[in-house]
Ligand binder design. Sequence first.
Ligand code: PLZ
Length: 447
Amino acid sequence: MTDSVAGGPSLPQERRLVTEIPGPASLERLDRKKAFVADGVGTTLPVFVVAAGGGVLVDVDGNSLIDLGSGIAVTTVGNAAPAVARNVHAQVDAFTHTCFMVTPYDGYVDVCEKLAQLTPGDHAKKTALFNSGAEAVENAVKIARVATGRDAVAVFDHAYHGRTNLTMAMTAKNMPYKNGFGPFAGEIYRAPMSYPLRDGLTGGQAAARAIDVLDKQVGAQNLACIVIEPILGEGGFVVPAPGFLPALAAWAKDNGIVFVADEIQSGFCRTGDWFASDHEGVVPDLVTAAKGIAGGLPLAAVTGRADLMDSVHVGGLGGTYGGNPIACAAALGAIEEMEGGRLTERAREIGAIMERRLSELRAVHDVIADVRGRGAMMAIELCKPGTTEPDAARTAAVAAYCHKNGVVVLTCGTWGNVFRFLPPLSISDELLDEAFDVVAEALTATM
Ligand code: PLZ
């Protein structure tokens, strides 16, 4: 065991490599991981972390790495962010759990009130809290089914919604999420997503194509809900063509289908708006949120039209830990950081820097087929030059170079050929620039 080291924004904001990555102390721990942790739980970059904050992760060997992943879009306000840490400490000292379904407490209701204000639309809204993103998605489907009396659920190509049985069925990619884990839940239907690089369609055309599939293969009258990520997360940070989401939302509305925006990865300031749906003025019936909501503590939510939320019988929604008081205290701290730190604006600034750096790289590296994203949710897709044939091998090589050189980068996409850049919004411009210098070196070194 390692003694804890103070993290948060006061950590030196620097990339500092004192050993190979991973270093000897991490390698020793990797042996213990191998002995005691199930192999099915993989690791992208096996350095063992002892402290983190601002824009860095510090490992057990004393290396300080630049974080462009935020623990998969979670530490949007930064790691050990001051208001999160303060609220968590206070809550731990007061009480750690009662189970909201047994005896309630303010933090849960406070988070629900905040979500009613922050999610798109000014209609009457209610919320139920859960532990993980997958659990939120499952509950959104449960609510939509009860509210409509229908069974069918529409999802999209490249979608990621989780690893539980229902959400595995909703997730598109077989390896590693689904392989061998069937049989999957029924009544899940997949429609084509708007993917501008690959289909060249306008938003309206792509929506018409998806609607035609759903109308002919399922029937609008059988659909309880459409569940969609407004910007794809694991599926490749694909931003649908303008007009795609509004057209789908309008069709859902006309046909009594609940429109669910899965904002688990794209929500909470990541894209430069509170939610990605805001960008095109889409007002979903239900929104699922998790990840960035609570600065690293496990919390998830379904927020939506009060009439839909209240269609479920009393006792029909819940779970032992859903809306745990410590997680709620953390969420209130994270929201305080977002509001006080004007983090939607910061996400846009970070997005502008990343877009400039990535566009410069695209001009010299013809392996970069696409630069896309919004705010602090940017990506490049790597393809064989002049084609849209995915280049996963080059992507892996560039990632390995970045990792060895102290920059935490994440890949994604159905073909594993997309780099997604999603730094904490607490990162400095200097660190961000340094990280992209390393990405540039990596692209050159792997030519
Ligand atoms: N919906 C849009 O991005 C989680 C998954 C990492 P949980 N994405 C990261 C992995 O390999 O397990 C995610 C998401 C969207 C749902 C989820 C599921 O959220 O909190 O991981 O259950």
